[in-house]
Design a protein around this ligand. Structure first.
Ligand code: PMP
Length: 395
């Protein structure tokens, strides 16, 4: 069968195949980026569905505006305003998850061969969304303060011209790192000087369990260069499939046209129920509980890893989000170790890090999620893995 040329960028990933083994109930998987289902507000959502269907069922089951339900747009705008960027309902496009925003932004901005700059490594789902539009990538290394904007400036001065720079500034997937304020300011200054857009993806932003919030890129942007994506997936539930884009009218309007073309609108029922829930329910208190739970999980995982793993293995300690990033000595191949040792012998799965690098893949990392595994099982699995790592690496 002949497919469109763009399908050359749409490939099943070997990692997915490997992770499928993680569905085996005897395997403890730290691989999935799923939020802990115990945090989903099932009972309040059930009540909200019942109430919405009973009181406004016919409207909630009808088509609605492409940009999303006015009440939900207002509620999202109010959250962004409270987070430091004054936002009106008209600045918001409701999406079927932030993932849809990644697709639309790529569809809007990328011609085949255009350059996108990301952190190296970056969120795999973003690369999967961008790939069909056939971009080329440049990855910029980062450190514990996020993407290295000095390195970015150097490549820009060298004549590189990206369409946009994609960043997950808060508790990045996969590294867990947060971009510092000076780097955020520098990135925006570079966007202005070298004329590119910044795609800010923030699904984990509310999940800070330590330290202080750093202002969003959107709140620091005075030139309308930021497209900000957010999501209810990690603070309510991903099954609602609700996210949003906030951007200047010049960008939001064509994004709305793409929304119309793709799926007309986000599900009215999902939007209505969530709008109702946000009115009835204390979302901030709910987020506080989630944060506390993930903070405790992070403590347990990082401590257990540091005790159990050889000293040559570094374990990151994120201030929020769902992931810790483990760096093994150079020459160690985390994918090979998983297939050969971790899965068959320790019955443990994680995501080998190479898959998150758009370019210059490094094999000696792994992403572990601490969100979904019960405490005792987590400690046992990490300890088993540690024994095998010591056997492999010494120390
Ligand atoms: N961006 C990042 C960085 C993510 O980690 C995820 C999901 N894990 C998404 C976007 C997509 O989220 P959503 O469920 O809102 O589509």
């Amino acid at each position: 069968m002949r497919f469109a040329a763009r399908m050359s960028g749409v490939q099943p990933s070997a990692i997915r195949e490997l992770l499928r083994l993680g569905d085996d109930p005897t395997i403890t998987s730290f691989g999935g980026g799923y939020p802990d289902p115990a945090t989903f507000p099932v009972t309040p959502l059930a009540a909200a569905y019942e109430e919405v269907l009973a009181t406004s069922g016919r409207t909630a089951l009808q088509y609605t505006a492409t940009v999303g339900l006015p009440r939900l747009r207002e509620q999202v705008a109010a959250r962004l305003s409270a987070d430091g960027s004054p936002t009106g309902a008209d600045d918001i496009l409701i999406l079927q998850g932030a993932q849809q925003g990644l697709d639309f932004v790529a569809k809007l901005l990328i011609d085949p061969g255009d350059l996108i700059i990301t952190a190296n490594p970056t969120f795999l789902g973003a690369l999967i969304a961008f790939n069909p539009y056939q971009p080329t990538y440049l990855g910029i290394d980062g450190d514990e303060h996020g993407l290295d904007t000095e390195a970015l400036e150097a490549v820009l001065l060298g004549g590189t011209h990206p369409r946009f720079v994609y960043v997950v500034p808060d508790f990045a997937n996969p590294t867990g790192t947060t971009m510092s304020l000076p780097r955020r300011q520098h990135l925006l200054a570079l966007a202005q000087e070298f004329d590119f857009l910044v795609l800010e993806d923030t699904p984990y932003r509310a999940l800070r369990f330590e330290g202080r919030d750093v202002p969003t890129l959107r709140s620091l942007d005075t030139a309308g260069r930021v497209i900000h994506l957010g999501s209810f997936s990690k603070i309510l539930a991903p099954g609602l499939r609700l996210g949003w884009a906030a951007a200047s009218p010049e960008l939001l309007e064509p994004l709305g046209l793409l929304k119309l073309a793709a799926d007309t609108q986000t599900a009215t029922l999902s939007m209505s129920v969530t709008a109702h829930l946000l009115q009835e329910f204390d979302l901030e208190a709910h987020i506080e509980t989630i944060r506390h739970g993930y903070g405790r999980k992070r403590d347990l995982m990082v401590k257990t890893m540091r005790d159990a793993f050889p000293t040559s293995v570094q374990v990151s300690e994120p201030e929020g989000g769902l992931f810790t990033w483990v760096t093994f000595p150079r020459g160690f191949d985390a994918a090979d170790f998983m297939a050969r040792v971790a899965l068959p012998q320790a019955k443990v799965a994680y995501v080998p890090g190479a898959t998150f690098f758009p370019v210059h893949q490094e094999a000696n990392h792994a992403r572990f999620s601490y969100s979904g595994v019960a405490d005792e099982q987590m400690v046992d699995a990490v300890t088993r893995l540690g024994e095998l790592l010591r056997a492999e690496l010494g120390g």
